[in-house]
Design a protein around this ligand. Structure first.
Ligand SMILES: [Zn+2]
Length: 146
């Protein structure tokens, strides 16, 4: 998942979320990218040094340790925005992530955005089923004192 800062000729600026760089370019070329403010397709990317959770290939999985290894604050802030997005838009199913994902995969349940935790074994099952999932390091919730 990549987030780009986009700007319209009218001056409106907004964020666009894409699977990968190629998807952004395809949408941009086919004029599918429209300004939410004025509807213009004259959108350009605001160049920012690092706007990608993971640059390069069209892969949805963030490798373990990717966030911490570089010690890059810009990556950290992008990660924080991704975490915020996931928390707001994905239903928390906790430890039932693999179970719920498989149910959706087989059409037992309606497809929706979910988040949660999975064990290594569960991840292997999901992978063997060809299910794509995004792994992002989440901040550990601090225990609230009574
Ligand atoms: Zn506009």
């Amino acid at each position: 998942m990549i987030v780009f800062d986009l700007a319209c000729v009218c001056g409106y600026q907004f964020e666009g979320w894409f699977q990968c760089r190629e998807e952004f370019e395809a949408q941009s070329k086919s004029q599918m990218l429209l300004c939410p403010e004025c509807g213009s397709d004259n959108i350009h990317k605001i160049l920012s040094p690092v706007a990608a959770v993971r640059s390069g290939a069209c892969v949805s999985e963030v490798p373990d340790g990717a966030a911490g290894s570089a010690g890059n604050e810009r990556i950290a802030s992008t990660l924080a925005r991704l975490q915020d997005y996931v928390v707001k838009n994905f239903e928390d199913v906790g430890t039932k992530l693999a179970e719920e994902t498989l149910k959706m995969h087989y059409g037992v349940e309606k497809a929706r955005n979910i988040r949660g935790v999975a064990t290594e074994d569960e991840e292997k099952v999901l992978k063997s089923e060809g299910i794509k999932f995004l792994k992002i390091p989440m901040p550990v919730k601090e225990e609230e004192p009574n």
